[in-house]
Design a protein around this ligand. Structure first.
Ligand SMILES: [Zn+2]
Length: 157
């Protein structure tokens, strides 16, 4: 699969990741899947619910709430997710995947990322080094769900 991302979409993700640094930012992207190509048409920034530790802990508890914070974890509010999905469907678009940032960490999925990923979606990760957005990668779960495979990202003007 190839993820086609507009230059404007990449910029939106970069800006969001820099704005929320040193926290992880997160969001969703919409568009259309056609054969082997996923064409992104829209990027929607969402809030990282790990900013609200008690609510986040209720929804999806982490083992070590003192160390697993918005600095290294993200959680999308299920209500935001529903709202975005509904809105996308109403406009003939689909949720193609999710993005989040890795502040001062490489743009590679963590074990946590893999364990919380769903099949089919693209997971875009952007690394942010000392506040400056760097690499952008995309990942999809293998058919058996065991591993994340790098997905080709094509930036279109
Ligand atoms: Zn991650």
């Amino acid at each position: 699969m190839t993820l086609k991302l507009g230059d404007v979409h990449r910029e939106a993700i970069r800006r969001h990741s820099a704005r929320d640094y040193p926290s992880e930012c997160c969001g969703v992207f919409l568009g259309r899947a056609n054969g082997e190509v996923k064409q992104v048409t829209e990027v929607v920034a969402l809030k990282n619910l790990r900013h609200d530790p008690s609510r986040a802990q209720e929804l999806l508890p982490v083992d070590d709430a003192g160390r697993e914070t918005e600095r290294n974890r993200f959680l999308i509010d299920p209500l935001d997710q529903l709202r975005v999905e509904k809105d996308a469907r109403a406009r003939g678009l689909e949720v193609l995947g999710y993005y989040h940032s890795h502040p001062d960490h490489p743009a590679r999925p963590s074990i946590y990322d893999r364990e919380h990923a769903w099949a089919r979606y693209s997971y875009v990760i952007i690394s942010v080094e000392r506040g400056v957005p760097k690499d952008l990668t995309s990942w999809v779960l293998a058919e058996d769900g065991g591993a994340f495979c790098a997905e080709q990202v094509e930036i279109v003007g």
